[in-house]
Ligand binder design. Structure first.
Ligand code: CP3
Length: 358
């Protein structure tokens, strides 16, 4: 069924809209007091993510508060390696940690695509529950990490500045590294297809760490694996609507054309990329998502409005293109809550001039 507000899906399909739709990466998170209250009830991040009622509640919080144009499933990219048996926990002050990282030949050989319904049934249950609660107000985005970004965490065992352990395997044993990517590509495709079957109306692949690769290595390792995922996706909902695919590569500004060629409908940009130049390079063959600096939300009201307008001006008249407004990366946990409303309102009002009838 078409959502009442289908602006986000139409922009991804490069169809006419009256204004530019907006959502924010990590829009359900710790900057929202109501999120912190629900998280306290749940006891932990995984307690939230694994309980479909809590996951539904926090997914809807930014929609109810701000009038954002799309909801994103509340979960985490690291649920997939957790389902592979790596033992995910979030340690306060340290971020995500795996009890069983994949660091030798035996561990790589033992890796397998998890049984999605058995191991990640809480995610598909959350998707169904969120769709019911949204009642077609706005579309629901499903997501996954890219095979490469997941491999970084799986091999390193935790977050890192340079992912030295993971890159050591990539350079010393590219055969092992490629096998991890192959398993991940299959797992991610199965996981996203399960989200689509459960009701996700668009999907985003987060390649958070692809941008730390050298030119050549990015294409060979990260992008090739993302392409395998995209090729395997079911591109229609159970009701027969197209499911747009967004690929977001942080630090991917150097490779926009190559990313657009992976078969996706939209390319997500971080804030370091010049949006005018990106559009010139990509033409209107894909939609573009982005790309305000998340920390611009720490400016005063006038600054936030100016930064929003700068992004919309940089994209320019939408014409036959498609623009989805977003931040260039996830919203910072210390963002003042009222500033997000300023951003959403400014996007909705100022963007109208760029959506003329022709
Ligand atoms: O966008 C949304 O609102 C949907 C939910 C979402 C979360 N994580 C919830 C979350 C999404 C899309 C993600 C993606 C994710 N998770 C990425 C890719 C995007 C990016 O930001 O680059 C990555 C790299 C992760 C891994 C991860 N999960 C990290 C590094 C952390 C932070 C750990 C910490 O303690 O700071 C998480 C935890 C996490 N995932 C939180 C949220 C809201 C915060 C944890 C909490 O509430 O305690």
């Amino acid at each position: 069924m078409t959502p009442q507000n289908d602006c986000f899906l139409r922009a991804l399909k490069r169809e006419h809209t009256d204004f530019t739709p907006v959502w924010l990466m990590r829009q359900a998170g710790r900057y929202l007091p109501e999120y912190c209250a629900t998280r306290a009830q749940a006891g932990s991040f995984m307690g939230l993510a694994q309980n479909p009622d809590y996951a539904t509640e926090v997914t809807l919080q930014p929609i109810d508060r701000y009038g954002i144009d799309a909801a994103i499933l509340f979960s985490d990219i690291l649920t997939v390696p957790d389902a592979m048996g790596l033992g995910l926990s979030f340690v306060a002050g340290e971020g995500p940690v795996f009890a069983h990282p994949v660091q030798d030949e035996a561990a790589v050989a033992a890796l397998a695509v998890p049984e999605i319904e058995e191991k990640l049934g809480y995610v598909t249950a959350a998707v169904r529950s969120i769709r019911r609660a949204l009642n077609n107000r706005v579309p629901l985005i499903g997501f996954s990490g890219s095979p490469f970004t997941l491999a970084c965490y799986m091999i390193e065992g935790r977050g890192s500045r340079d992912f030295r352990t993971a890159k050591t395997m990539m350079f010393r044993r590219p055969d092992l590294f490629s096998r991890v990517l192959d398993v991940n590509a299959e797992a991610v495709a199965a996981y996203l297809n399960a989200q689509i079957a459960a009701g996700a109306q668009a999907v985003q692949i987060f390649d958070t760490w692809g941008g730390m690769l050298a030119d050549g290595d990015f294409q060979r390792f990260s992008l090739a694996a993302t392409k395998k995922v995209v090729e395997r996706l079911t591109r229609t909902t159970p009701e027969g609507e197209r499911v747009p695919v967004i690929v977001f590569t942080k630090g991917g500004g150097e490779w926009l054309s190559a990313i657009a060629d992976c078969g996706c409908d939209a390319v997500g940009l971080d804030w370091t990329t010049n949006l005018t130049r990106a559009r010139r390079e990509l033409g209107d063959r894909v939609a573009i998502q982005g790309n305000m600096d998340p920390l611009a939300l720490f400016g005063d009201e006038e600054t936030i409005r100016r930064e929003v307008r700068r992004v919309l001006d940089a994209f320019g008249p939408v014409g036959k293109g498609g623009h989805v407004f977003n931040l260039g990366h996830g919203i910072n946990q210390f963002t003042p809550v009222e500033n997000v409303q300023i951003l959403v309102d400014e996007v909705h009002s100022y963007s109208r001039r760029f959506h003329t009838a022709d």
